[in-house]
Design a protein around this ligand. Structure first.
Ligand SMILES: [Ca+2]
Ligand SMILES: [Ca+2]
Length: 373
């Protein structure tokens, strides 16, 4: 046993020595150097720096980008005609896009004051949320499906749920996009499969999970054309428990904006039906119409998160609904003493009127106006 240990130590030490030696002798790193005065390439040659180690010779400054060993770098640095020697530093693009909808619903007007919907719990009843996405933080979840991978709420084989989640709460950082309420807490409640299909029983189970797990807001970017007393009972129950229930009005509208075609559960009294507008605040031709339309939000060319660290633009009242959920989170964080009924009333009273109420309901949801109301 002891012999083995000794042998192992010897090998380890040898290996360590060898590593050190090789690092000292031949490992080259990228450097930027700048001469004090005009560049003199001959000086570089004197330090054994070959032509092949020089990557770039500046035409406007006496600067070279080259490869040096640590030893060479030290020698170069001590030369009186060399002003600077710097190891090359890594850089990457750091920017975050603000989708137009974030501005349109006035989220951009309240973020600078530090209002991000902190801690408001939003259940996204959808196709799951890709929780490994760099621009999302998912706090929990549940799937109504029993077979893998649909049983995993953090697997989104469709993309719809991840997109909806990003509109609610994509993180405020230096990359990707920003959501309406970037510090709201997202919960992935998977009631739709990878084909975007589901059932009323699944939605009911998702609503029940949301009630039991103390959600503040339920976003349902989904719907069907069948009326169901039991789905209505579930929606009512959630609303009576103090949850704000928001759903997409549906994509059954026509170019004329005629007809009564809002889907379920949006059509129920306990649920806010959200219609879609474009960047110019005009009704999207697909957006369902009728007296049940309650409020409007951006739903055309909406940029948001997509599985596998992607971002994409989608259309639909599905994209409009999470804007309202996000605004509700902003206002509720600011005025936590509001009941869901009061919050809903304020969102409706402060919406920007856009015209025909069968098309727009009370109008475009407005975060700032609701908060100062
Ligand atoms: Ca971001
Ligand atoms: Ca309704």
């Amino acid at each position: 046993m002891k012999k083995f240990l000794v042998a192992f130590l010897t090998v380890a030490i040898l290996f360590a020595l060898q590593t050190t030696v090789s690092a000292d002798s031949s490992n080259k790193d990228d450097y930027l150097i700048m001469f004090d005065g005009p560049a003199e390439k001959g000086i570089l040659k004197a330090f054994d720096i070959d032509e092949e180690d020089i990557h770039f010779e500046s035409e406007i400054l006496p600067v070279y980008h080259l490869e040096l060993t640590e030893k060479q770098a030290k020698l170069v640095e001590n030369h009186p005609q060399i002003k600077y020697v710097e190891e090359d530093a890594e850089a990457e693009a750091h920017y975050q896009t603000t989708p137009y909808g974030i501005d349109l619903v006035q989220a951009s007007d309240v973020h600078p004051y530090g209002y991000y919907g902190q801690g408001i719990r939003v259940a996204v009843l959808d196709t799951g949320i890709d929780s490994s996405h760099e621009d999302l933080h998912v706090y929990g979840g549940h799937s109504v499906f029993s077979t893998w991978p649909e049983s995993d709420p953090y697997y989104d084989g469709n993309g719809h749920g991840t997109h909806v989640a990003g509109t609610v709460a994509a993180l405020n950082n230096s990359y990707g996009v920003i959501g309406v309420a970037p510090e709201a807490h997202l919960f992935a409640v998977k009631v739709l499969d990878s084909n975007g299909g589901g059932s009323y029983s699944g939605i009911a189970e998702g609503i029940e999970w949301s009630i039991v797990n103390d959600m503040d807001i339920i976003n349902m970017s989904l719907g069907g054309s069948t009326d169901s007393s039991i789905l209505e009972a579930y929606s009512d129950y959630a609303y009576n428990q103090g949850i704000l229930v928001i759903a997409a009005a549906g994509n059954s509208g026509n170019a004329w904006g005629s007809g009564d075609n809002v889907g379920y559960p949006a059509k129920y009294d306990s649920v806010m039906a959200v219609a879609a507008v474009d960047q110019n605040e005009n009704r999207a031709s697909f957006s369902s119409t009728g007296p049940a339309v309650e409020i409007s939000a951006p739903g055309v060319d909406v940029l948001s998160t997509y599985p596998n660290n992607n971002y994409t633009s989608l259309n639909g009242t599905s994209m409009a609904s999470p804007h309202v959920a996000g605004v509700a989170a902003l206002v509720w964080h600011y005025k936590p003493y509001y009941s869901n009924v009061q919050l809903r009333s304020v969102l409706n009273q402060t919406a920007k009127p856009l015209g025909n109420s069968d098309h727009y309901g009370n109008g475009l949801v407005q975060a700032y106006d609701a908060m100062v109301h």
